[in-house]
Design a protein around this ligand. Structure first.
Ligand code: C2E
Ligand code: CA
Ligand code: CA
Length: 602
């Protein structure tokens, strides 16, 4: 401990001391200061150091290589300004002066100091000692606490994988921009990688994580310094572009997509990726009080619309997208009730067996008898059912109604096979096999009268899951059909591994088959041949003309279905149609070529 004028200094510690007691008081105050673990000084009213403790001396030596004297007699105020910088130094000095003058009871504040080994944080605490204005100042090293607090605050606002700002931080940053009074445009880009799930599923989560890090770096390298790239979670990234209108946002989105031409290195191989991007713009100080959640929601909707339009698209938000969502929510609520109260109905479209010219099956197609909007086709509500978790109850209803109807027809001497359509979402929940079994048991319909149809794209989406559920269905005697074949992009090779018994050739191929020499006809012939080699029978869908019917037969299809044969109709209409057909005779037979060995059913 260093001190000056010990007697003069020590006296104020105890105003009651007699002169003879000054020496003792000084020793006592030295002892008190030294007992404090924190660096501590006693200052006079002018900020001159009167006493220091040993912790202070050790710290001063550590902080300052030049061993600037921090001891007794030194101007603490000057020292503070020098060590902490003008602004913080002034705050310290002003506070201590106020304290010394008795204008405040204490001083407590944090400040940082640059040590040769790095920044240290201190908590400064001061109190007034006496009427003369002496103050005692302690400086506690709180670096560990501050660093832990900072690290935890950083973690709370950043994504641990990419180290980009996270959802919470992004919302704060956007809200700060929107609160800005100057009506500056704020644009956000919502970016979602197309097919990211495939990367994760096929190459593993580590490769997926690596891709996200590469992506984060690529996006960050393409944005302006004032912009913020954030990760919302999964493969969703948002870029906040400050002072930037929609047009500039679109240019940036195009730049992002252009950068995707450069391949990503994933688990030792290279891969090309695409992304769908939605863009939304708002203005700072918007009187409508729009928040970051609204803006990100708009950009999300635009991204979703971009994704639906196909991969690698950019879409700018427009209010009709929001209206469409609200409309969908309404439809979903109504549909939930419709399923419960029995507003769904089935129409049946006959399937013609070409070798015999007989109708021996029907496809059940669902409709919604809406109390205000009339009879709605499935295109108006199946997608909503899929999106709002109504597809399972809907499928169960269809399975129940279709099997009951087929069992009724069989009981009245009309044994027809019945096809039911099943969505991709139903495969995902994994209840299909049970639901089918329940419907068959309840209706008493033999399993071999039921056909379950799944679209080619559904099958391709998760071929393994489809294959295992198909196998279970077929083992129970139920037939499985691949629907809309030729409308998607699945490879013919994939087909070989799917245990299905019926291949329904999409009507787009059938419509294009004007004659035997057309490309579509060649494609149909190839598909039929492949189906046969896999043990599948082929059905031509969407047959609208007598020529198409004849061609389907010539090309080797076993079945045909389409408006030329009959439109879908209610159960009562189907019975009438079948009776009339029986009376008139099998008119379609005339359109069919002579039965040839190649047409024989197998
Ligand atoms: P899909 O399974 O391909 O059914 C055939 C669709 O084509 C039906 O439309 C049918 O009316 C129509 N169609 C039949 N012949 C012709 C033709 O010659 N020309 C033309 N242009 N169209 C023809 P619909 O009933 O509107 O059904 C549309 C789609 O909705 C179905 O396509 C199917 O994917 C889906 N769907 C129908 N019912 C259900 C169901 O119960 N559950 C599920 N998940 N989806 C269903
Ligand atoms: Ca179908
Ligand atoms: Ca179809």
């Amino acid at each position: 401990m260093r001190s000056i004028h010990l007697t003069a200094v020590a006296a104020p510690f105890d105003g009651r001391c007699s002169n003879g007691a000054h020496g003792n008081a000084a020793v006592l105050s030295e002892a008190v200061l030294n007992a404090l673990p924190s660096p501590t000084v006693l200052l006079d009213a002018e900020g001159r150091v009167l006493l220091t403790n040993s912790a202070w001396e050790a710290t001063v030596e550590r902080v300052d290589d030049d061993r600037i004297d921090g001891g007794a007699g030194v101007d603490y105020f000057r020292m503070a300004r020098r060590a902490c910088g003008i602004a913080v130094g002034r705050r310290i000095v002003d506070s201590l002066r106020e304290l010394s003058r008795g204008e405040r009871a204490s001083v407590a504040m944090d400040y940082s100091l640059e040590h040769p080994a790095g920044t240290h944080w201190y908590h400064l605490q001061a109190s007034r000692v006496d009427e003369v204005g002496q103050v005692v100042v302690t400086h506690t090293d709180v670096s560990d606490r501050v660093q832990a607090e900072r690290a935890s605050a950083w973690r709370a606002r950043h994504d641990h994988l990419t180290e980009l700002p996270n959802r919470a931080a992004l919302h704060e940053l956007i809200d700060a921009e929107l609160r800005g009074p100057d009506r500056r445009p704020v644009t956000v880009l919502f970016l979602d990688v197309d097919g990211f799930k495939d990367v994760n599923d096929c190459l593993g989560h580590e490769v997926g994580d690596d891709l996200l890090r590469q992506l984060a770096a690529r996006l960050a390298s393409l944005t302006r310094s004032g912009d913020t790239v954030a990760r919302l979670g999964g493969d969703e990234f948002v870029v906040l572009c400050r002072d930037c209108d929609t047009a500039v946002g679109e240019t940036l989105a195009q730049r992002f997509q252009g950068s995707f031409d450069e391949r990503f290195v994933l688990g030792g191989r290279t891969a090309r990726l695409t992304a769908s991007i939605g863009i939304a713009t708002a203005r700072g100080g918007d009187p409508s009080g729009r928040r970051s959640t609204d803006l990100i929601g708009d950009a999300d909707l635009a991204m979703y619309a971009a994704k639906r339009a196909g991969r690698s698209r950019i879409r700018v938000f427009s209010p009709d997208l929001r209206a469409a969502v609200q409309q969908k929510v309404l439809v979903a609520e109504e549909l939930r009730e419709a399923i419960e109260i029995g507003q769904l109905v089935l129409h049946y479209q006959p399937v013609l067996h070409l070798p015999t010219g007989r109708v021996d099956g029907v496809e059940a197609l669902v409709r919604w008898q809406h109390p205000e909007r009339g009879l709605l086709p499935p295109g108006e509500f199946i997608a909503v059912a899929e999106q709002y978790e109504l597809i399972d109850p809907l499928t169960r209803w269809v399975l129940g109604a279709a099997t009951r109807q087929a069992a009724e027809w069989a009981a009245s001497g009309l044994p027809l096979c019945i096809s039911v359509n099943v969505s991709a979402a139903t495969l995902a929940t994994g209840t299909l096999v049970d639901d089918v079994a329940t419907a068959l048991a309840a209706s008493g319909l033999p399993a071999d009268r039921l056909i379950v149809e799944l679209t080619e794209t559904t099958v391709a989406e998760d071929a393994e899951r489809a294959a295992s559920q198909f196998a279970a269905l077929r083992a129970s005697g139920v037939e499985v059909a691949i629907d809309d074949f030729g409308s998607g992009f699945s490879s013919l090779g994939q087909l070989v591994n799917i245990p299905a018994g019926l291949l329904k050739i999409d009507r787009s191929l059938v419509a294009g088959a004007a004659d035997r020499r057309s490309q579509s006809a060649a494609a149909i012939a190839a598909v039929v041949a492949l189906a046969r080699s896999c043990g599948m029978r082929a059905l031509a869908e969407g047959v609208e003309t007598v020529e198409q019917l004849a061609l389907a037969a010539t090309l080797g299809c076993t079945f045909a279905q389409g408006y030329y044969i009959a439109r879908p109709m209610p159960a009562a209409g189907l019975l009438r149609w079948l009776q009339e057909r029986a009376v008139i005779g099998d008119c379609d037979r005339q359109a069919l070529p002579e039965a040839r060995p190649s047409l024989t059913d197998h």
